[in-house]
Design a protein around this ligand. Structure first.
Ligand SMILES: Cc1cc2nc3c(=O)[nH]c(=O)nc-3n(C[C@H](O)[C@H](O)[C@H](O)COP(=O)(O)O)c2cc1C
Length: 347
């Protein structure tokens, strides 16, 4: 069966799940226009995740997907944590603030939390995707038994083969161009493969449907990846300027004013691509100590951003964006889908 029939969607266009940027409105607009809407729930509590799913279901009767993080539970090295707090202290002081005394684990992994699994089984979205790794076998079995499609991001061939072997339904091929966190399973190893190369690699070696993600901003680019063997495309950055996204004014302005990206692990403890700002220029200096594990580093990163923004400096924001962000358009989500479809048809 084709990917479109499997998911019950009209166009092979997936909205990327984007924790902090996704909204029920954005997800529903994409789904109502024939794409696959998405909710990024990796940073949500169970109760907020439930509210977002129910709200999306109230706004659309079309399929959409929800997304969680499957990072391996990290053990915090107290020495590394203290070094990092000390390193960031002068930055806090610049904004008249003090760093926290300790770092907390702000996001539980889906691997550790079957409450999220129960929520999915209860609310029954069409599909669920995972970033940073593969869920446990009992979780995959429960989802499959409930008829919910499963998808996992892969950034290299070894990850894709592990996804296939685990019985997942769809591979998201996340290229190095992608905005946001790298989906790498091992946080200290990144093969850095381009989206087009990943699609061809997976097409050669895997049987599962492939959804290409990373650097796709136009229908022509999407068509190019479909021609290489992708069954669908997933776009994140392209939708951040949509009115119904949760991006704030500073983020939206930076997307237009400084559309250049770089990858850093300093913000969260895991490498992620975003607009170049203080993190890349002032924190990632050659004498930077090593960053504590994800999501502990994110705890202090968010606090530094809050302290700086209170003083009007938005340069510590986690303004995730893909490498083709300069091609971003300011359109309503439904119009963006229509435009992408038009461009795909004439490419
Ligand atoms: C603002 C933003 C937030 C993101 N958050 C998530 C997330 O919560 N879960 C996830 O699986 N991927 C996340 N991603 C990565 C996307 O799934 C996708 O790989 C990426 O957007 C594709 O590249 P593009 O941004 O160039 O379209 C995020 C991307 C962006 C831009």
């Amino acid at each position: 069966m084709s990917l479109l029939k499997h998911l019950g969607i009209k166009h092979p266009i997936f909205l990327a799940p984007m924790a902090g940027v996704s909204t029920p409105e954005l997800a529903a607009e994409v789904s109502n226009q024939g794409g696959l809407g998405a909710l990024g729930l990796g940073a949500s509590t169970v109760s907020s995740a439930r509210d977002q799913i129910l709200k999306t279901q109230a706004l659309t009767d079309q399929p959409f997907q929800v997304n969680f993080f499957c990072h391996q539970p990290a053990v915090l090295d107290p020495h590394k944590a203290q070094q990092w707090i000390d390193y960031l202290k002068p930055q806090f002081n610049t904004y008249g603030a003090m760093p926290p005394a300790q770092l907390n684990c702000i996001y539980p992994s889906f691997l550790d939390n079957d409450d999220f699994l129960q929520l999915i089984l209860e609310t029954r979205p069409q599909a669920v995707s995972f970033h940073f790794g593969i869920p446990h076998a009992h979780q995959i079995l429960a989802l499959k038994s409930a008829g919910i499609l499963t998808m996992v991001s892969a950034t290299n061939l070894a990850e894709a083969l592990a996804i296939e072997a685990a019985g997942i339904d769809i591979i998201i091929a996340q290229g190095i161009e992608a905005g946001g966190h790298r989906g790498i399973f091992n946080e200290s190893f990144d093969s850095s493969v381009r989206t087009a190369d990943l699609v061809q690699l997976f097409k050669q070696h895997c049987q599962l449907p492939i959804v290409a993600a990373g650097g796709i901003m136009s229908g022509q680019q999407a068509k190019g990846l479909l021609n290489l063997g992708a069954d669908g495309v997933q776009l994140g950055t392209a939708f951040v300027q949509c009115k119904s996204s949760n991006a704030n004014g500073a983020y939206r302005k930076a997307l237009f004013d400084q559309p250049i990206t770089q990858i850093t692990a300093s913000i969260s403890g895991r490498p992620a691509r975003g607009l170049i700002n203080h993190w890349h220029m002032d924190i990632d200096t050659p004498d930077r100590p090593s960053v504590p594990a994800y999501p502990y580093a994110y705890d202090i990163g968010k606090q530094l951003h809050a302290a700086a923004s209170q003083q009007g400096d938005h340069g510590f924001g986690a303004f995730w964006a893909g490498s083709n962000v300069a091609q971003i358009r300011e359109l309503e989500a439904a119009d963006l889908i229509n435009q992408l479809v038009l461009e795909m048809n004439f490419a």
